[in-house]
Write a protein that binds this ligand. Sequence first.
Ligand code: SF4
Length: 146
Amino acid sequence: MFMRINSIRYNNSVVDGPGIRTVFFMQGCDLHCKGCQNRSTWDIEKGKKVDIDELVNELNKKVFNKKITISGGEPLMQKEALIEFVTKLNDLGFDIALYTGHQKEDVPSILLDKVKYLKTGNFIQELKTTVKPFVGSENQVFEEVK
Ligand code: SF4
């Protein structure tokens, strides 16, 4: 299966979940939060189309500590591809954080079984925070689910 991705930042984030994490930005977002800093991810027709097996192989070679945060964009816009992607990473022993602008009840249970951390809630500019760990605005929730 293929998925559309925006970009990958390897092994250099300490603000997208515990530890040093690779951040994986999926393409496409339909939430359009005011003040979004990732507008280049919005158009689902843009970004790069990649084969999930090739992508997982590349990540397995390059992510030195197997810690990855899947962000966007809105990952749930490509739900089927996301499930395949997360399943393959989980099978390889990755520590996965999933960032969605939706709520926990919108996340398929098959994903909740395979990710370690979940961030829910859209970005609200008026509630922007620089002190609450691993989120951009106070309304958002970062939790350990596994
Ligand atoms: S969910 Fe994230 S990527 Fe989408 S508009 Fe909101 S802040 Fe931007």
